[in-house]
Design a protein around this ligand. Structure first.
Ligand code: CU
Length: 324
């Protein structure tokens, strides 16, 4: 308490208010703050309150970061090797993945029939591509990529290095030109593609494995002869709106296991990391062709479709629903 005792009278006034904090040695912060009696009274209750500030920031860090948000994870890094992509122009897009030793990874486990799955979506989630690059040698992957317009895209490499865990690394791809973002489609449990109708049953529950059932029909008739695609009767990619977190999804059952029917229902388990809106893209194969049905699905309490009255328990989300 020696230092405050030597200071001017107004600081002495503060020193009374801040007695507790000063005793703990927290002199610099409060004294440097412009004197405002109300503010001081509010911010100086105990020394432990200010000391606890730093702890609060770290205690929420958990090791449950969804995939796809990072270009580098667990020592593995995605390296795009093609710098320029023009709109509507096929590009031989190349990339590699380096491992913890800094060398390009050349040994991959086969998952869902492929060593590496390459998903590209526009940042507004209006474009979805699911591609399978080929190995060009020396750990370089090559894929013919045509992006349908200017804008920002997110590319995901979904793979498991031999002897390592499955990873989804993500990188942005930028295409120069005029770009008009599309609004996220409203939540819907039906999707139509090429005369097929797909319905979605089940809820995404944040933090839990959620069972989703997708049912395929054509001309009003259930489709019961779906063809295996990537080791299942369908492949589902689920992304969180806004940051494009890539969800872990796995199919329930596989062709030839004696209990999984080739439609009309395809069952998946998906883990949504939080409340919010998600985009779901279902690839399914019928009569030799792969098609994609897409959905918007909300997870948790907040409805994807806006209501006219904000909920009383709203914590500031009322204004970030879809206004379109
Ligand atoms: Cu794939």
């Amino acid at each position: 308490m020696n230092t405050p005792a030597k200071l001017g009278s107004y600081v002495l006034g503060l020193a009374v208010v801040f007695g507790g904090a000063l005793g703990a040695g927290k002199v610099v912060g409060p004294v440097g703050t412009p004197p405002a009696e109300d503010h001081a009274a509010m911010t100086a209750p105990t020394a432990s309150a200010s000391a606890g500030h730093g702890e609060h920031a770290t205690e929420q860090v958990k090791d449950d970061t969804p995939g796809g948000l990072q270009v580098s994870e667990s020592g593995y890094t995605l390296h795009p090797l093609t710098a320029t992509i023009k709109p509507d122009e096929p590009t031989d897009f190349r990339f590699s993945v380096t491992g913890p030793d800094g060398e390009p990874v050349t040994d991959y486990q086969v998952e869902h029939d492929k060593k590496l799955h390459f998903i590209v979506v526009s940042r507004d989630l209006s474009t979805f591509l699911h591609l399978h690059p080929t190995e060009a040698g020396d750990g370089v992957w090559s894929v013919k990529l045509t992006l349908p317009g200017a804008g920002a895209y997110r590319a995901f490499a979904d793979f498991a290095p031999t002897g390592g865990k499955a990873l989804t690394l993500g990188t942005d791809l930028l295409v120069a030109g005029d770009f008009e973002p599309k609004a996220l489609p409203q939540a819907s449990r039906t999707a139509s593609v090429d005369g097929y109708e797909v319905t979605l049953d089940g809820e995404l529950t944040p933090g839990q494995s959620s069972r989703l059932t997708l049912k395929v029909s054509k001309d009003g008739e259930p489709v019961t002869d779906l063809q295996p695609y990537l080791g299942a009767y369908g492949h589902l990619v689920a992304l969180r709106a806004r940051d494009l977190a890539y969800l872990h999804v796995h199919p329930d059952g596989e062709p030839g296991d004696g209990e999984t029917d080739p439609g009309p229902e395809i069952v998946f388990y998906a883990e949504a990391p939080s409340t919010g809106d998600y985009r779901l893209f279902l690839d399914f194969q019928h009569k030799g062709e792969v098609r994609t049905a897409d959905f918007t699905l909300g997870a948790g309490e907040r409805p994807a479709i806006p209501t006219s009255t904000p909920t009383p328990t709203s914590t500031g989300h009322a204004d970030d629903g879809h206004s379109h």
